[in-house]
Design a protein around this ligand. Structure first.
Ligand code: ATP
Ligand code: MG
Ligand code: MG
Ligand code: MG
Length: 483
């Protein structure tokens, strides 16, 4: 098929390499080891941050790539939407082109427009573009230049819309390179808009204290979701209907055939479809993470399938993405060992857990209330809490006890609140926030010491990619050995 996801991806890369002399740079790992400001790589520009900030010399003036991105935390967290719509994933591929101090707004818009209308064959009447409306509070002006560029390209005024900072001032995280952007939307026959491409004009840095400072050079940073574009070009309503997801969905259907009530064909029940979408989405994310050397520290949250299902889905993901990201093939054996290990320990954990709950309820009958809580360490944490408060005798849950439940035992805040309520205690929330901040800044300093000098030691031909994979490999091997 002409619009196979593979072709959609290569058309993008070939266009920028062949027509506009961009250099292809491979995707970095999803682990941002050189950057503590984001939990995972969340955009194509992450690996180029040092270039934008003037800390790394650019390896070329124009770059193009398809980047593995994960949005499950931090500023662009999409975890809670995933499964509920057809176009947000935890893991997705971002197609992007970059100018490092070379071309700027006019050329960037022109190149994007020509690609969409030319090689991808989209119709201008189905596209809407936005530009930054300005933000007086930030001291930022309306991007009239961008609006006029779209006009001069021939986009009808009714298809050009102004929009505020939340959509049209792009930032990767709490700090870092940022700037006004222009987004390109697709309008379907029902008038629904889906964002497909974002072109960011990087010209500021968001400092630690929240202020914006101008960068010495202006850069272009664009990102288009491969899954969304593929759905569009394959004329299907959701990303899950594309060739990127269908083999995985089919595999899930096949594997769940014998487990009623889960056995059903995709598309017949909204609740189960949602679950299928999540499973398909998460299996891609887990596989990519494992192939990049992410090692699960706790087994309870992700691995809830039995019978080798996730291990099997790893193969489906590797079939689909391995040609583009060979690490999925290279790390197959290790990744599947980890998945199987996690599945088995989860199964054991469940058996253990039942017994632990029984014992705990015998000792503290009030915890019957918490039966809905799925935390493997709940019993240990609760016992610790009980011991601490009988020694303390105050009517307030002390900050260090809250912190220990949160940090050591991994209790979410709402569970700690329920425990406090059940035991008629108020909580020292202020004290807890202080401890949390101290902890975070300690972590940040330690990280900085570990990674300082990384940007400086890069020579122009070595991208962060290589450094990052070196580093995780050795860390991960150590961890596996310890297990
Ligand atoms: P949205 O407004 O739809 O959440 P966004 O503005 O947060 O998207 P950007 O940060 O601009 O997204 O990222 C660039 C492109 O990456 C988007 O235009 C979209 O095509 C794609 N994209 C963003 N988030 C996701 C996601 N969670 N899953 C799949 N594709 C995504
Ligand atoms: Mg978003
Ligand atoms: Mg958006
Ligand atoms: Mg956007």
């Amino acid at each position: 098929k002409h619009s196979s996801s593979h072709n959609v991806r290569s058309t993008f890369i070939d266009y920028f390499v062949g027509k506009y002399e961009h250099k292809f740079i491979k995707s970095s790992s999803v682990v941002p080891l050189c950057d503590p400001t984001v939990p995972f790589v969340n955009a194509g520009m992450n690996q180029f941050k040092g270039i934008f900030l003037g800390k790394t010399k650019e390896p070329c003036l124009r770059a193009v790539n398809s980047q593995k991105c994960i949005r499950v935390g931090g500023k662009h967290n999409d975890l809670n939407i995933v499964g509920r719509d057809g176009h947000h994933h935890t893991f997705f591929e971002m197609l992007g082109n970059w100018s490092f101090g070379d071309y700027y707004k006019n050329e960037a818009c022109q190149m994007a427009w020509n690609l969409l209308l030319g090689p991808y064959g989209l119709k201008p009447e189905n596209l809407v573009v936005t530009y930054f409306s300005g933000d007086p509070a930030l001291g930022l002006k309306e991007d009239i230049e961008c609006r006029d560029i779209w006009k001069s390209i021939g986009v009808k005024s009714s298809h050009i819309k102004a929009s505020g900072a939340s959509d049209n001032f792009w930032e990767m995280g709490p700090t870092g390179p940022c700037g006004p952007c222009t987004e390109i939307y697709y309008v379907d026959s029902n008038g629904n808009l889906t964002e497909i491409w974002n072109l960011v004009f990087i010209q500021y840095n968001r400092e630690d204290d929240g202020t914006l400072t101008g960068l010495p050079m202006h850069h272009v940073d664009t990102g288009m979701g491969l899954e969304r574009l593929t759905a569009l070009l394959q004329s299907v309503p959701s990303n899950y209907d594309t060739d990127l997801f269908q083999p995985i969905i089919k595999a899930i259907e096949k594997m769940s055939k014998h487990c009623t009530p889960y056995s059903h064909k995709f598309g017949n029940s909204e609740t189960l479809d949602n679950a299928y979408r999540c499973l398909a989405d998460h299996s891609r994310m887990i596989s990519v993470c494992l192939a990049d050397g992410v090692f699960p520290t706790s087994s309870e949250d992700i691995f809830k399938c039995n019978n080798g299902m996730l291990s099997d889905l790893y193969d489906r993901v590797a079939d689909s993405l391995g040609a583009t990201y060979p690490e999925l093939h290279e790390k197959r054996k290790e990744s599947k060992i980890i998945i199987d290990y996690e599945e088995q320990s989860y199964a054991k954990l469940r058996v253990n857990l039942k017994k632990k709950w029984k014992d705990l309820i015998k000792q503290y009958p009030e915890v019957e209330n918490f039966h809905d809580v799925e935390l493997s360490g709940f019993a240990d944490g609760y016992r610790h809490f009980k011991q601490a408060i009988t020694q303390n005798k105050s009517t307030m849950m002390p900050a260090d006890v809250i912190f220990k439940l949160y940090d050591t035992h991994g209790f979410p805040e709402h569970i700690i609140e329920r425990i406090a309520e059940l035991n008629n205690l108020t909580m020292d929330k202020g004290g807890f926030q202080n401890l949390l901040m101290q902890h975070k800044s300690r972590h940040k300093t330690a990280f900085k010491e570990q990674t300082d000098g990384v940007f400086e030691t890069l020579d122009s031909d070595v991208m962060l990619n290589d450094l990052v994979s070196l580093k995780i490999d050795s860390e991960r091997r150590l961890k596996i050995m310890r297990n």
